[in-house]
Ligand binder design. Structure first.
Ligand code: PMV
Length: 324
C-alpha cells in the first residue's frame, strides 16, 4: 500500500489563467516555493469492485471530491490499461483549519501514491505533468524548494510541467498571516476562467508573467532579495488587479489583507528583508529571511482580524514513505 507525502507551495510569480481548462494547461508559467509546514499524506490501497473510495482526514467522502479523485485515477488506469479500484486515504497536516487546505499537496501526493499503486513508473517531469491534471499548482509540489512551472502548447500537454530551480541563492521562509475566515469567494478554477473571459487586463497580465519569470529566476540565482521582493509583490498585485477587473469583479482581499500588506511594506522600508504575496483568498504570506521570522511574526499578530500565523521553511518534493 504505497503512501506518499507532498507539501503545498506558495507562488511568487502567480499562475492565473488556463489555455485549456479540460487539460489544465496554463497560459503562462509560474514560480513557487514548496512549504514544509503544509503537507498531505496519502495512501492508495487496491480494493475489490469497480468504484474508488475516498477518506479525507478520517471521514468517508463522496460526491464532487470523490469524482475528481476518480477522474484523476482514470488517467493513470488508462495509461496502464487497468480497471483496479483504489481506496484513497488522505490526511492534511495543516497547522490551522483556515481554508488553507490546498489542492496542490493533495494532487501531488495522489499522483505519486496512485501511480505507485497502479504500477506506473514516471519520471519526475512526467509525474509533474500528471499532477497538473488534478490542479495546476500541484505540478509544482512534485518538487522541493524553488520550482519553475512551464506552460507548453495545448496540443502537447506533456510539455506543461514543473522543474526545480537548483541554484537559487535566497534563503526564504514563509510567515502566513491567517485571516479570520470571511465570506466564501470564488475558487481558483472559476475565478481564472471568469478573469480570462471578461477582464480587459488579462492579455497584459499574461505577457507580463513571462517577463517576471525571467527576472525572478535571475534574482534568485543572483541572490538579489530586493529585486525578488519587487517582482513577487508586483505579480501578486497584478494578478489580483486582473481578477478585480473581471465583470463582475473578483475580490479576494479583506480589510485585514490590506493591513497586513501595509505592515509588511513598513517592515521592509525599515530594513527588514520581507515581502508579501496573496493567493486566491484573504491570507497574506510574508516571505522573509530565516533570521527575521520572529520579528515578522510579531508584527503580523498585531491585528484582531488575524487568527494566528504559520511559519514554514522550504519543503521537500513529493516522496514515498513507509505506510501506517
Ligand atoms: O492550481 P490552482 O487551481 O490551485 O490555482 C492556483 C492559483 C493561485 O494559488 C492563486 C496562484 C498560484 O500560482 O498558485
Amino acid at each position: 500500500m504505497p503512501t506518499a507525502i507532498a507539501h503545498a507551495n506558495i507562488a511568487l510569480i502567480k499562475y492565473w489563467g488556463k489555455a485549456s481548462a479540460a487539460l489544465n494547461i496554463p497560459e503562462a508559467g509560474s514560480l513557487s516555493l514548496t512549504l514544509e509546514a503544509l503537507s498531505t499524506r496519502t495512501t492508495a490501497s487496491p480494493i475489490d469492485g469497480l468504484s474508488d473510495r475516498l477518506t479525507l482526514d478520517g471521514q468517508a467522502v463522496s460526491g464532487r471530491p470523490l469524482s475528481r479523485v476518480s477522474a484523476f485515477l482514470d488517467l493513470i488506469r488508462a495509461e496502464v490499461g487497468s480497471k483496479q479500484a483504489l481506496h484513497i486515504q488522505s490526511d492534511n497536516h495543516f497547522p490551522t483549519a483556515a481554508g488553507l487546505a490546498s489542492s496542490a499537496s493533495g494532487f501531488a501526493a495522489l499522483a505519486l501514491a496512485g501511480t505507485e499503486a497502479l504500477g506506473l513508473r514516471l519520471s519526475p517531469q512526467a509525474l509533474s505533468a500528471l499532477a497538473r491534471r488534478g490542479s495546476g499548482s500541484a505540478a509544482r509540489s512534485i518538487f522541493g524548494g524553488f520550482v519553475r512551472m512551464h506552460a507548453g502548447p495545448v496540443d502537447a500537454e506533456a510539455e506543461s510541467y514543473a522543474e526545480p530551480i537548483e541554484d537559487a541563492k535566497i534563503p526564504l521562509h514563509a510567515v502566513i498571516a491567517v485571516a479570520k475566515s470571511g465570506p466564501k469567494t470564488i475558487g481558483s478554477t472559476d475565478g481564472m476562467e471568469a478573469t480570462r473571459l471578461t477582464s480587459p487586463y488579462h492579455g497584459a497580465w499574461i505577457s507580463q508573467v513571462g517577463r517576471d519569470l525571467t527576472a525572478a529566476e535571475a534574482a534568485l540565482r543572483g541572490g538579489d532579495f530586493e529585486a525578488l521582493a519587487e517582482l513577487a509583490e508586483g505579480s501578486c498585485l497584478a494578478m489580483h488587479a486582473n481578477a478585480m477587473a473581471a465583470r463582475p469583479g473578483i475580490v479576494y482581499f479583506q480589510g485585514v489583507t490590506l493591513w497586513a500588506i501595509e505592515t509588511v511594506r513598513a517592515l521592509r522600508a525599515a530594513g527588514t528583508p520581507v515581502f508579501f504575496t496573496v493567493d486566491a483568498g484573504p491570507h497574506v504570506v510574508a516571505m522573509t529571511s530565516p533570521e527575521a521570522v520572529p520579528q515578522v511574526e510579531a508584527a503580523l499578530l498585531g491585528h484582531e482580524g488575524i487568527d494566528g500565523v504559520i511559519r514554514s521553511g522550504p519543503g521537500l518534493g513529493a516522496r514515498l514513505v513507509p505506510g501506517q
